[in-house]
Design a protein. Structure first.
Length: 422
């Protein structure tokens, strides 16, 4: 007899869990409170532009992608390796000379980063190439800053390149995040490429939803689960429209909601946020060679990304689409006008040879909870997908680490646990 399972939340973790559960022969229903699936990975159309929710990228080196996604169907558009280090009146490319021969000369002669630091980067890369992804999350831990100091990197390298680049990945420019996140993403960046789908990051979520539905899962959007009542033989799932008894529940919401629905105190609820602003630009492109611009001279904005140079489908006509991401404690309260003015001034300082009069703000995404906080050691006490062995299971990046990879892996593991137990 097939078992009835409810998945609460249609983010990446919930959608992956639903597909594996349906593949395993269970009768699965996903409840998603929003009208669209995807959770933190969504895109929208705005005046012909594609705007992702915040600046996000797909690292094709993530091991879960091969199992969960049809990358070819996503029509990925690729960034070139590395970044442009920018400060007033100066822009220089720092790439990966092993994978980007065209930028090798610029990289080797880049004066923002010393030759010794370039050699140390290659040594870290060799070290991580010899380790498996699974082993990286259980290695000894420290902050990214301490870890790189132990490797002997200079403070200049940390502030000119690592702070804006990995600050952009961890949303923490102080580099106080767990070095496990650095190692995992560094290895994924070295093993694969950085990309966005031609239709926006939301295409990832739509594809996962299609795959789950094709496997037999039902996805109900616009309906929130308000309460779970575990009983001896079943769990009652209460939604804002209905209630039903099911054999098991996979809670795949963001951590704060998961903690409330399950009462599990091990779920980490601290988060880091950011603000991403989108702009339309007329005139010549920024010519970064499909790379993001890192702010080495100041902290705001942390990065500026010429998205439509990487993925022309993101823009319309001859216009370009740029985004800028702002980090830090007070950024969520800073006005959109002030943030736009900072981006405008920064671009004028970086490109003194041209004008940015045509730069127009499109939208501002304020995201209070983008990732769960990952100080050193946090991964040692994350909850298991089996929520104390009851009929409730947990799926979500917070059972692994905060990323697309972590969310997908967690969804798969939660589904496997349900199938194994039932
Ligand atoms: C701005 C930003 C930048 C990021 N950059 C990257 C990046 O470049 N690379 C990377 O790997 N990761 C990145 N991440 C992290 C990554 O997006 C997340 O870790 C991942 O998407 C989390 O997926 P999830 O399924 O665990 O949770 P969520 O995406 O939070 O999904 C939870 C779902 O549950 C639903 N829900 C909540 N409560 C209820 C309820 N009561 N009933 C029904 N449904 C409910 C929500 O609406 C949501 O759809 C970024 C995140 C953000 C926001």
């Amino acid at each position: 007899m097939s078992r009835s399972i409810v998945v609460v939340g249609g983010g990446l973790a919930g959608l992956v869990a639903a597909r594996h559960l349906a593949d395993g022969g269970t009768d699965v229903t996903v409840y998603e409170q929003h009208e669209t699936v995807g959770g933190r990975v969504r895109s929208r159309k705005h005046r012909g532009f594609i705007l992702d929710r915040g600046f996000q990228v797909l690292l094709t080196g993530y091991p879960a992608l091969e199992r969960e996604l049809d990358l070819e169907a996503l029509e990925l558009r690729y960034f070139n390796p590395g970044a442009v280090i920018a400060r007033p009146g100066q822009r220089s490319v720092l790439s990966d000379p092993l994978r980007d021969p065209l930028a090798a000369f610029e990289t080797v002669t880049n004066t923002e980063v010393s030759f010794s630091d370039k050699l140390r980067t290659l040594a870290v890369r060799r070290d991580l190439a010899g380790r498996s992804f699974e082993s990286l999350l259980s290695r000894s831990d420290s902050s990214i800053r301490e870890y790189l100091r132990e490797w002997g990197f200079s403070e200049r390298y940390l502030s000119n390149f690592i702070a804006p680049f990995y600050g952009g990945i961890t949303l923490d420019r102080s580099l106080g995040t767990s070095k496990r996140v650095f190692e995992y993403t560094f290895k994924a960046l070295s093993d694969g490429r950085t990309a966005v789908p031609a239709d926006g990051m939301g295409a990832i979520s739509r594809q996962l939803a299609d795959r789950a539905e094709k496997a037999g899962a039902e996805i109900v959007t616009g309906e929130a689960v308000t309460e779970l009542k575990p009983k001896r033989r079943h769990t009652t799932v209460v939604t804002d429209e209905d209630r039903r008894a099911v054999d098991a529940v996979v809670v795949a919401t963001q951590p704060s909601v998961a903690a409330r629905l399950t009462g599990n105190d091990d779920i980490p609820t601290d988060g880091v946020g950011c603000v991403t602003q989108y702009y339309r630009l007329e005139g010549p492109p920024l010519k970064t060679g499909k790379r993001l611009l890192l702010n080495a001279g100041d902290t705001a904005p942390n990065t500026i990304v010429p998205l439509s140079e990487v993925a022309p489908e993101y823009a319309t006509g001859d216009d370009h689409l740029l985004n800028a991401t702002f980090l830090g404690e007070n950024v969520l309260e800073t006005s959109s006008e002030q943030l736009a003015a900072q981006t405008h001034q920064t671009l004028e300082a970086w490109y003194p040879e041209r004008s940015f009069e045509s730069l127009r703000r499109l939208e501002t995404d304020r995201i209070p909870f983008a990732q769960f906080g990952q100080p050193p050691g946090v991964h040692d006490s994350l909850p298991d997908v089996r929520d104390g062995g009851r009929r409730t299971y947990l799926a979500g990046e917070y059972t692994e680490w905060s990323s697309i990879q972590g969310a997908m892996e967690s969804g798969r593991k939660a589904a496997e646990a349900v199938l194994e137990d039932r």
